[in-house]
Design a protein around this ligand. Sequence first.
Ligand SMILES: [Zn+2]
Length: 194
Amino acid sequence: MDGHFRDDFVKHPGALKQHPALVLNADYRPLSYFPLSLWPWQDAVKAAWLDRVDIVAEYDQIVRSPSMQIKIPSVVVLKDYVKPQKGVAFTRFNLFLRDEFCCQYCGAKGDLTFDHVIPRAAGGVTSWQNVVAACSPCNLRKGCKSLRNSGLRLRRAPRAPEAEELRNRGRKFPPNHLHESWMDFLYWDAELDA
Ligand SMILES: [Zn+2]
């Protein structure tokens, strides 16, 4: 289900610009931190209408249909708890997230690509343990050399992340726009941890 929201977010970013609703799991934690679980207002209104969510906070704006009128929800909570996924899919996005969008050789943040630590030409496989985020200059410098011969060093040994670990990483990357009514449900626990 997590994936479904992520896909929506990626496919229809425009729909979220106006009055998106923050979607909370039944435990009042965001369904996903990164990308933050948001629904276009149309979906939030529909889910409320179908009684699948409770409305926690609202925008001032009202939408009307012939049979009803409703304030646009700004925060909704699912009535049925969605179990967080245990496993983490090996995707480009999740790999960047594991590496916190930093080159794993020099720490640079821009111009990121992927690097096979053991080069593919030397039998290196495409896996959590052998692929890291790398900036173009480091990628070029490493080329098809082994780690030792490249003179580069990994900042940490690559491995498959735990789902919880990846969720926590996601909290470090809030979206550009955060509605004030969402604040009560975001980052509070992160502050307590600090
Ligand atoms: Zn680099």
